[in-house]
Design a protein around this ligand. Structure first.
Ligand SMILES: C[S@@+](CC[C@H](N)C(=O)[O-])C[C@H]1O[C@@H](n2cnc3c(N)ncnc32)[C@H](O)[C@@H]1O
Length: 155
């Protein structure tokens, strides 16, 4: 979620089985059109990607439970904890949820400096993942950091 101009979608499509379908959500119709064109230019037929326009929290509840191998989140950091709940519902057992900007999830102690809301939210999702025993956590120090969790069993 957070299709943007489609670059993460292209990387995901390149790693997916040839019969697998990418579902990608963005609130901005211009980004969805830009991504659609980028997927086409990258050589993917239109039926490999389902682009849904709308706010993630309006769209995700309408998607099928346990039907997804991977959920990649790169939108609206303030909503990361709610996206985690939705992602865990959407993932099959053994599936993985990945949050961009994961390095902001480091559990640094609270100090006198105020932490912006978006960063607080990423830290909160880090805490939720660490404390959920049904998840295997993973933090990759690439780019802005990828915080991931494998769903080992039903939460
Ligand atoms: C950082 S960009 C994503 C970049 C994208 N992963 C790429 O590779 O180009 C964030 C995107 O999330 C979208 N977005 C922000 N809030 C959203 C929300 N609540 N629901 C759906 N999309 C949202 C924005 O329109 C923007 O395109």
């Amino acid at each position: 979620m957070g299709t943007g101009c489609g670059s993460s979608g292209i990387w995901l499509l390149r790693g997916m089985r040839p019969d697998a379908i990418l579902t990608t959500v963005d609130v901005d119709p211009e980004y969805q059109e830009m991504a659609r064109a980028a997927f086409r230019r990258a050589g993917f037929p239109a039926n490999r990607a389902r682009l849904i326009q709308g706010r993630a929290m309006d769209v995700l509840p309408r998607l099928t439970d346990g039907a997804y191998d991977m959920v990649f989140v790169d939108a609206a950091k303030e909503e990361y904890p709610r996206f985690l709940t939705e992602a865990l519902r959407l993932l099959r057992v053994g599936g993985i949820v990945v949050f961009n900007n994961g390095l902001e999830a480091a559990p640094v102690p609270d100090g006198p400096l105020s932490v912006p809301g978006a960063q607080r939210s990423v830290r909160e999702v880090g805490r939720l993942i660490r404390e959920d025993e049904s998840l295997v956590p993973l933090l990759l120090p690439v780019g802005e950091g990828l915080l991931a969790a494998i769903r080992e069993e039903a939460s």
